[in-house]
Design a protein around this ligand. Sequence first.
Ligand SMILES: C[S@@+](CC[C@H](N)C(=O)[O-])C[C@H]1O[C@@H](n2cnc3c(N)ncnc32)[C@H](O)[C@@H]1O
Length: 272
Amino acid sequence: MKPELQIRVQRYGWDKAAAYYEQSWKEQLKPAQERVLELADLKPGEAVLETACGTGLVTEKIARAVAPGGRVIATDLSGEMTQITADRLKKTSEITSSVIRADAEELPLDEQTTDAAICALGIMYYPDPLKGLKEMHRVLKPGGRTAVVIWGERRNCGWADIFPIVDKRVASDVCPMFFQQGTGDTLEKTMQLAGFEDIRCERKKQVLNFKDEETTVMAAFSGGPVALAYQKFDEETKQGAHQEYLESISSFRNGSGYSIPGEFVLATARKT
Ligand SMILES: C[S@@+](CC[C@H](N)C(=O)[O-])C[C@H]1O[C@@H](n2cnc3c(N)ncnc32)[C@H](O)[C@@H]1O
């Protein structure tokens, strides 16, 4: 898929997913989000960039951590997502913040302006993750630090068949690079190429619990990156895709719901 098309699929897909995102993923992603914030070790007064901020679940916590006197600049490709983040910050934060709709690979921000740069679960969707990491590096002040989290290896993420199931129905790759950076030491190497030093990576296993078939299917199809392709399916295609997905995760059935294994890769690094 051409990068420009991937950007459009992601932008408008996440616009569609925005309304379902938190009910599908808020609890599931909490441990990874909390760990990335712990690794970032933010201090009051710091200026922080966040890319791919989504609905602002992490942004709100960044704003709390840097208060008083700090600043947060949150960016995301999806206008629906940035709107939700901006509304959330208005209600919960007293510090200076700006929320900008922007591609993480081309940030409309000056270089060397933030103390930390954070990205939770966004890098898998960029056409060029190296470009996205270089942008975070560019915006950091010398001595600044980054903390990121992505999904891990395909074989450790039990829900991974969602991509081929949707791809074959649209004859395209909806998320072609999804597991690339989470495989082996790829993320570490990409961060090195982006100019970071003192890179430390860790893997974290995480079981995703869904209470019933409906919430399982909603999280996979409506609340994430395949949402744009999915909402164009007719009812029969939707039902067929649901069935195939539920079969692909049948070994993770747990009572009336599912407990699906997943894995995250977290990394911290420094700009010298
Ligand atoms: C799984 S959500 C993560 C949201 C949030 N960071 C969190 O942890 O809840 C992925 C986000 O990445 C954003 N995204 C995808 N491609 C992007 C790009 N090229 N630039 C910026 N954001 C992007 C989507 O719009 C979506 O909001």
